[in-house]
Design a protein around this ligand. Sequence first.
Ligand code: FAD
Length: 431
Amino acid sequence: MSEKFDVIVVGAGPAGTSCAYNCAKNGLKVMLIERGEYPGSKNVMGGVLYRKQMEDIIPEFWKEAPLERPVVEQRFWMMDKESVVQLGYKGLEWAAEPYNNFTVLRAHFDQWFAQKAVEQGALLINETVVTECIVENGKVVGVRTDRPDGEAFADVVVLADGVNSLLSKQLGFHREFRPDEVALTVMEVINLPKDKINERFNLEGNHGTTIEIFGDSTKGNLGTAFLYTNKESLNIGVGTTLSSMIKAKLKPYELLDYLKKHPMVRPYLEGGESAEYLAHLIPEGGFHSVPRVAGNGVLVVGDAAQLVNAIHREGSNMAMASGQMAAEAIVEAKKDGDFSERSLNRYKEALFGSFIIKDLEKYKDAAHTFETYPQYFKEYLPMMNKAMSKFFTVDGTPKREKQKEIMRSVTAEKGTFKVMQDIYRAWKAVK
Ligand code: FAD
């Protein structure tokens, strides 16, 4: 294995495969190393794959990729113990080309995507763990693996090894992430016949729905749950920041069990059979946690660079886009024959000029705000449910009086000034 490559990519998730695909397409000699039995075998995702960033890599990929359903409806639930306030959008323009996004099962999708990189000429090596980067004279020149013939060399090593990247930590690119910078999420795939899914979610044909669930789904802690439709299964999952889990002494599997038994959720799952149970971390530190992403002979992409927008549950698209930007920087560096940090910083410039860092910057204080002030999930969501119940209950009270009563009950509980302060703080965090 001690052959020399132009590029070695560590990790065949969306970030690594995107980078390998784009490098190979540009004629570079690429090795893509994956520790799993096959790409996707170790990967976990709620399941929404965004069309735009994938299409930038493989036009009209939906004609051949293993996708579950095009998503035509996105719902948001603000859930209390026995009620839910709903918000959402359904649009049939999302059911036709060019689509908006799709549900996917990563074990299928990642394999297909990696095969596409192989077709472009990348060499895919599975069941191989990269244990460290080989550094000579301050430059990364290759990787050491757990194989007997364990070393491989390249002009550039791309670290796409996912959240909590041990390899970039070894290089000193980031410290150990704090418990409030990562979310622990558990999910289950539940098999259910297609007609039952369509009936329960009010869907036709292969159309899909996503539901993001806030509030009682995490027992009022900072985090979310999700329920997504696949062809013949549902993905259901829940997660909170690790710090919330520790503080509230939550056990992830108990939280998922609680969610599955919740009276608002249970009817969707009834009769389904559990097919898979998965757990994974999500990097949610956002803008403030993005580590160093370029060094001499090395780049960091995807979750390894903390590129996840938790508020919009975007991660796979940021992974793919960052992998593509890294590939573009490597192609330019190859033309110049210069793989120094200065040259590879083209990637950093592209990343910071793109929607990825702009979006992370927009929400840079959101997680901290909602974790520091737990009243948003713990108090306001139940209040919102009570207000809706009161407003829609027909009991002979004139509507204007009802409105006043609702306002009075909110301000009586918290005080007008406090409510105004909370609204302003939340607006500032997401504006
Ligand atoms: P990964 O997908 O984690 O891939 C890293 C790869 O590197 C893996 O294949 C791993 O096996 C391999 N690897 C790691 N270390 C080594 C090593 N030392 N040697 C060799 N190989 C190694 N994003 C969305 O866009 N939509 C969603 O709906 C969504 N839902 C999510 C739900 C959950 C429960 C979770 C956990 C995440 C979700 N995300 C979602 C985020 C999304 O999954 C990630 O942002 C995305 O997978 C990041 O891709 P990546 O390639 O950077 O990392």
